[in-house]
Design a protein around this ligand. Sequence first.
Ligand SMILES: Nc1ccn([C@@H]2O[C@H](COP(=O)(O)OP(=O)(O)OP(=O)(O)O)[C@@H](O)[C@H]2O)c(=O)n1
Ligand SMILES: C[C@](O)(CO)[C@H](O)COP(=O)(O)O
Length: 225
Amino acid sequence: MNKYAVIVAGGSGVRMGSTLPKQFLPVCGKPVLWHSLETFLAAAPDMRIILVLPKDHIPTGQEIIGTTSDPARITITTGGETRFHSVKNGLAAIQAPGVVFVHDAVRCLLSTGLIHRCYESTVEKGNAIPAIQPVDTLRIETPDGSQVIDRTKVRIIQTPQTFFSDILQKAFEQPYDVAFTDEASVVEKLGVAIHLVEGEATNIKITRPLDILLAEKILKENLRA
Ligand SMILES: Nc1ccn([C@@H]2O[C@H](COP(=O)(O)OP(=O)(O)OP(=O)(O)O)[C@@H](O)[C@H]2O)c(=O)n1
Ligand SMILES: C[C@](O)(CO)[C@H](O)COP(=O)(O)O
């Protein structure tokens, strides 16, 4: 079956507060984005990657692709106004039916094992959304204050969110809604059931400066293991 990774790197990284968007910042000497590309290239020899980049950073992206182990398997497309629009642009570059992994470029610590788990679960159940359990106590704000909620019923959602291309492309024909914070929310609006798979605690989304330090530490430990 054809395998496509749509790796979205079209954001500006406001919460990181750096001039250079966070996907280009170094972690262990290589750009964040490079680590994500290499893991997808390593996951399957027939994996093709569609990399979604901000318009102004396409030359930087091309340079990074040139330093990967297989630049020929990576094509570039331009990002949009929101993550939804960037994913939609990426999906437009898919030429033939297959399984599609939509992944945040800034979750650069995912393992090939997680990619394989998502693939197998998609083939079996139609889609796969990585999720982990919260470790903190959770409260929801109410008009009177706040109420504790049952954390055993809550999951933290990650990427790669994995689907068959036909359903994903159809879902992304829907008009944009601010409630679309990930692919699962877009596909679910078509009435499709969403299947969670076990995510990884180390599959963090690099968002703030602290996350760069955490990513360095996790990557060094992984390399040692
Ligand atoms: N218009 C956008 C916005 C986000 N993304 C990508 O979606 C992923 C997750 O988004 P997020 O962490 O929110 O990134 P930013 O939007 O860049 O960060 P911020 O919200 O802090 O500005 C990132 O890899 C980001 O580059 C994208 O491709 N296109
Ligand atoms: C897709 C995602 O990473 C799942 O946790 C998340 O929803 C992206 O959110 P952001 O607002 O773009 O950071």
